[in-house]
Write a protein of this length. Structure first.
Length: 301
């Protein structure tokens, strides 16, 4: 058994060397597909960090009418905290808002106008942070329910709605576009591997015929070509990670300028062996399966 496997691997490596320029073209196409898959994985990290940073500054502020009892607002706060969509709820009383604005505008005309007022013009409010950007719409609907709506003056979600929806749309477009591009290039790479193996089979058809005449099994005929495809995939995996390294270092400062605490180059280096493993599995799967299909078609004929 070991002898057969060793011979299959030996013949597969021999085929890879023999079809030098075809193997090189195959590897180059597979590198493109694998580079896009790396880009997709890293874009997921970038999007997660971007969403986290945006979620820290985006929330819903609900302003209650000045005659709303504080106990009623606190009951609504407790009810909100029990919702799975809600990450955090902060209650700000009208008195707290007044003191905040007095301190903020202590040295300007607004501060002077506030000091001259005999009444507190500010409304009590709840600042609500969702666990995900897509959940703000559902939280906003909560304040339209009977028994709550009559206490509410304004909900700031309508002001932030456009930005929140644009962010969600951007995230969906990036994810779907990256997946679609990866699949497209993977199919192209698979087609190139398929054609490469078929050309190799055609050039070695006499040798294959002799093997079949002397009773060689289908696995012995198929094996070397599958090894050739897998070698193309593994080599492309290593080269794609090496090619991605300078690209990541180049774009990292620009991404870090827009997204705080991102450090995509640091993430890449920390997870380089995990990324390489994913690439090897992906590349070997493309090469191996394409080769299997190509040889299977030939053996059927």
């Amino acid at each position: 058994m070991f002898t057969v496997i060793s011979r299959i691997i030996q013949y597969g490596l021999k085929n890879f060397r023999r079809n030098g320029w075809l193997s090189a073209v195959t590897v180059e196409i597979m590198i493109l597909a694998l580079l896009v898959s790396i880009g997709l994985m890293l874009s997921g990290v970038v999007i997660d960090r971007a969403v986290s940073s945006v979620q820290d500054i985006v929330d819903i502020s609900v302003y209650f009418k000045t005659n709303t009892p504080e106990d009623e607002i606190l009951n609504i706060k407790n009810s909100l905290e029990s919702l799975s969509e809600v990450k955090e709820v902060e209650y700000v009383s009208s008195a707290q808002t007044l003191e905040i604005n007095k301190a903020k505008h202590a040295n300007d005309s607004i501060g002077q106008a506030i000091s001259e007022l005999n009444a507190n013009p500010y409304e009590p409010s709840l600042n609500i942070t969702a666990r995900q950007l897509s959940q703000y719409a559902e939280i906003a609907k909560y304040f339209e329910a009977p028994g709550i709506k009559e206490f509410v003056d304004t909900v700031s979600y309508t002001k932030n709605k456009g930005m929140i929806e644009r962010l969600n749309t951007m995230i969906q477009v990036v994810n779907r576009g990256g997946i679609a591009l990866t699949i497209l290039l993977a199919l192209i790479a698979a087609q190139v591997v398929f054609n490469t193996i078929r050309l190799a089979i055609y050039s070695n058809r006499d040798e294959i015929s002799v093997m079949r005449v002397v009773g060689a099994s289908n696995s012995l005929v198929r094996g070397p070509y599958m090894v050739e495809g897998i070698v193309c995939g593994i080599l492309a995996a290593f080269l794609s990670v090496l090619a991605a390294l300078p690209i990541v270092y180049f774009v990292s400062p620009y991404l870090d300028a827009f997204i705080p605490n991102l450090n995509i180059s640091g993430y890449f280096l920390q997870n380089i062996f995990k990324l390489l493993l994913y690439q090897i599995l992906f590349g070997a799967a493309i090469g191996g399966l394409s080769s299997f299909v190509a040889v299977r078609r030939y053996l059927k004929n």
